[in-house]
Design a protein around this ligand. Structure first.
Ligand code: HEC
Ligand code: HEC
Length: 241
């Protein structure tokens, strides 16, 4: 009888003494509940305007949330929601979505993926040939909704989203190019973080030196015209070193 009471007491006491990481499982679920309404459970958004967040680089997700707050990205609801988060929340939420299993967009893409692929030689240096990027600052594009990708590229073009590299990258792209490129990346498979491609390594392009970047952009502008890109289909990051 006494022993039975002891067992009951142990069962009652153990949950109270659960170590901290487990006890925190509740709060992160609470924090992301507002996000998953639009970005889907596990960050697997079904809405083509709302980006898939699963398996994205955590550092990039953090930077994106901060960009909404500081106005580098102009999007009302995200500014409001991200503005309510503390720096620790942003870190924890970003890590949470980054750790979710990858998903590929099932939405229809209006562009031509084959034509799009031919336009991505210069992008591959930073985003990987199939949109699985190596450097954590460069977002993965593989499997992302084409609509979201084309909206992002158009936002760089219109200036509602600012980034020194990407603004230059989109300058030479036509609207059709943007739709085609978006269709190409949307059709690729994003690899899970464990596949190794998400590990931080050196950048494929030297973005430290403005002179070097300018050379990249000139080359890109040349390859961006249809005739030139047919003649010079690749401009790999390796060659540009
Ligand atoms: C009402 C719908 C909605 C809610 C709720 C919402 N988002 Fe978003 N989110 C969007 C849309 C739409 C975009 C794309 C905006 C754009 O084009 O820049 C976006 C973009 C993002 C991005 C940028 C992704 C990228 O690839 O650059 C991140 C990160 C993000 N949201 C995280 C969150 C988090 C974290 C929450 C919860 C605190 C949240 N969102 C809540 C609709 C929503
Ligand atoms: C020198 C490196 C570099 C090159 C080359 C490059 N990008 Fe990017 N790209 C980035 C970085 C860094 C970001 C994140 C910028 C930001 O925070 O807005 C980005 C962001 C993007 C995004 C937004 C993704 C999201 O989730 O919101 C898209 C789409 C994109 N790039 C497509 C392209 C395409 C298409 C090309 C080729 C035409 C290209 N990039 C070339 C570095 C690069």
């Amino acid at each position: 009888m006494k022993r039975k009471l002891l067992v009951v007491l142990t069962v009652l006491i153990v949950p109270l003494s659960i170590p901290l990481p487990m006890a925190m499982a509740g709060p992160i679920e609470d924090k992301v509940a507002v996000c998953t309404g639009c970005h889907g459970p596990q960050g697997h958004s079904q809405v083509p305007e709302n980006p898939i967040l699963a398996a994205q680089h955590p550092g990039y997700l953090e930077a994106a949330l901060q960009a909404y707050v500081n106005g580098e990205r102009d999007y009302g609801i995200m500014k409001t929601l991200a503005g309510r988060l503390t720096a620790e929340d942003i870190k924890a939420i970003s890590a949470h979505f980054a750790a979710q299993p990858p998903a590929r967009s099932q939405a229809k893409a209006p562009g031509d993926a084959v034509r799009g692929k031919a336009r991505t030689a210069v992008c591959a240096a930073c985003h990987g040939p199939d949109g699985n990027s190596v450097a954590p600052a460069n977002p993965n594009l593989a499997g992302q909704h084409a609509t979201y990708l084309s909206n992002a590229l158009k936002a760089y073009k219109s200036g509602s989203r600012t980034h020194v590299i990407m603004t230059s990258m989109v300058a030479a792209l036509s609207d059709q190019d943007i739709e085609d490129i978006a269709a190409y990346y949307a059709a690729q498979s994003i690899r899970p973080p464990s596949a190794g491609v998400h590990e931080p390594t050196r950048l494929a392009l030297n973005t430290e030196s403005p002179a070097h970047l300018q050379k990249e952009f000139r080359l890109f502008a040349q390859t961006a015209t249809p005739q030139a890109s047919a003649a010079k289909p690749t401009m790999s990051g390796g060659k540009s070193r």
